[in-house]
Design a protein around this ligand. Structure first.
Ligand code: FAD
Length: 500
């Protein structure tokens, strides 16, 4: 497949955990920037000017210690994850994922099909599409349709679902260029992202392959009537501060930053995911990663229905779990954008105060532990809650917790295996402190044909304070306790929304 669009440049740690489960994480981690290319974010007035501040982030060589775990010394070194963030553009990521899907024997990819409309059938959906090269109509039938067709989603429009939110936060011209000359502008340690603000332009220069490919965002001033008011070529020279620069344009896109969330993600057997369901300003690089989280959530529930583990009512939980998180994350991203915009108005501050402020404001978007691990499902019909409330989170901070609804905090089960590697494909029961749950618990899963993997585990951390943790396919905790629950059938009914 040809290269993807150079849009998102961050594969978050949480997304990498999903890719690890799918078996594609190593390939993703190996792609893109050269091994020795740092992923620093630098804030400056231009390549020729002094740096205001620098957030030091590792190259691939610096990232992993000899034990294969995250090396110390970086701001996210102590994150509880087997898969630290990867700074990889969709330009390289999309072809990897495309090939990954292509290699599945039971997946048929139709890259040249253009969705036109769907029809609702008694027990499913019929899709009518055109095949681009010869305009021949294609008809496909299935139980479910999931529209992952981007911000202008034709599926969402046919569902009659509206986007709601904040309609304009700014406009950007983004150009992917081939220009080896830019690499030579770095006199010392290069950066992955250069955030540049000078008297002529404000924008970001992003290293895509660390050699010749660069993504150049330039903000269109609020006073401009349309995108063309920002001269595409001159703004590139202004951003980089080089008059005689020569480049080849590979892709160009003008886009408007918005915060829009679909009022619902489902109508009958038709769903929307990713940008079809939500778009927001790419602060913290979380647009694409939120789409992967949607897919992870919906896919295990859908698999449970199609494999006969759960009734179709389990799917009611998808929107109840993901819609609140989508609202939260979109608002955190917007708040960060407004905070960043605010710093430009504080011209009276001394340079060192500005440097500290820029550093403090930006660290949470590059080290966004809260967006990765802090979110929890707190109003789900599929989770057996107890009396403890989950800890709150913000963009940069998360508190590990085993409160039902939270992601299982990661720990290494032994020198090589992440606890996530040992989890079963559906439900997993972790038994701590040498305890074994009563047989009637595991029997109930068998009776209801819910696959359960039982794991004896040991870990020392204050938040692992229960003997038994039940973990779902998506690594979120759905029940915990110190003894056999009184009403096991009621728990089973909740896990799959049987009574829903
Ligand atoms: C310039 C730019 C920079 C960005 N930077 C970041 C960033 O730094 N961090 C971040 O997290 N996010 C960023 N984003 C957003 C990120 O790229 C998206 O969130 C992500 O690509 C969404 O993935 P998706 O699969 O939902 O939608 P898309 O990537 O839009 O994919 C939709 C797919 O559906 C196809 N399609 C559409 N209509 C049809 C049809 N009728 N029939 C068949 N196929 C169809 C399209 O061709 C496309 O392949 C950026 C976006 C842009 C535009």
């Amino acid at each position: 497949m040809q290269a993807g669009d150079a849009k998102c440049n961050t594969v978050s740690a949480r997304t990498m955990e999903t890719f690890r489960r799918l078996g594609v994480a190593n390939q993703v981690r190996a792609a893109g920037l050269p091994d020795d290319y740092p992923t620093d974010a630098v804030f400056t007035a231009g390549f020729d000017g002094p740096e205001i501040t620098r957030i030091k982030l590792p190259s691939r060589n610096e990232r992993m210690g000899p034990d294969g775990h995250s090396a110390p010394g970086f701001l996210d070194s102590d994150w509880l994850t087997p898969e630290p963030v990867v700074r990889l553009s969709q330009y390289f990521l999309n072809p990897i994922l495309y090939q990954y899907a292509k290699d599945f024997p039971n997946i048929t990819l139709l890259p040249e099909a253009v969705f036109r409309r769907y029809e609702t059938m008694e027990n499913g959906v019929r899709v009518i599409a055109d095949s681009i090269p010869n305009d021949e109509p294609i008809e496909l039938e299935g139980t479910y349709l999931v529209g992952c067709d981007g911000a202008r989603s034709a599926v969402r429009k046919q569902m009659g679902v509206k986007f709601r939110g904040d309609s304009q936060l700014g406009r950007t011209r983004s150009t992917l260029v081939r220009c080896p000359q830019i690499r030579d502008l770095y006199k010392n340690r290069p950066a992955w992202m250069n955030w540049i603000t000078n008297s002529k332009v404000s924008g970001v220069c992003i290293a895509i392959d660390g050699k010749e490919l660069w993504l150049l965002h330039r903000s269109v001033p609020a006073t401009a009537v349309d995108f063309e008011d920002l001269n595409a070529d001159q703004s590139i020279r202004d951003l980089l501060g080089v008059g005689n620069l020569k480049w080849e344009t590979i892709q160009h896109v003008d886009w408007t930053a918005r915060r829009l969330v679909a009022e619902k993600f489902r109508v009958g057997n038709v769903f929307i995911e990713g940008d079809a369901a939500h778009i927001w300003i790419p602060m913290a690089g979380y647009g694409m990663n939120a789409g992967v989280a949607d897919a992870m959530n919906l896919s295990w529930m859908m698999a449970a229905v199609l494999l006969g583990h759960a009734p179709p009512s389990i799917l009611d939980a998808h929107e109840k779990e993901r819609h609140p998180i989508t609202e939260q994350v979109s608002r955190l991203a917007m708040a960060k954008a407004l905070e960043l915009a605010g710093r430009h108005t504080q011209k009276e501050l001394r340079p060192e105060v500005v440097a500290n402020k820029v550093y403090e404001i930006n660290v949470p978007q590059f080290i966004c532990e809260g967006l990765n691990f802090g979110y929890f499902y707190d109003n789900s019909p599929l989770i057996v809650y107890d009396d403890e409330a989950p800890p709150s989170y913000d963009m940069g901070n998360a508190t590990p917790s085993t409160v039902p609804g939270c992601r299982l905090p990661h720990f290494w089960a032994n020198d090589d295996d992440s606890i996530y590697d040992l989890l079963g494909p559906y439900y997993s029961l972790l038994q701590f402190h040498g305890r074994t749950i009563d047989r009637s618990f595991t029997d109930a899963f068998e009776v209801h044909q819910l696959p359960l993997t039982v794991i004896d585990a040991e870990v020392k951390a204050p938040y692992f304070c229960h003997d038994f943790l039940l973990v779902r396919s998506d690594q979120h905790i759905c029940w915990r306790g110190n003894a056999l629950p009184d009403d096991v059938p009621a728990i089973i009914a909740t896990l799959t929304n049987r009574s829903g």
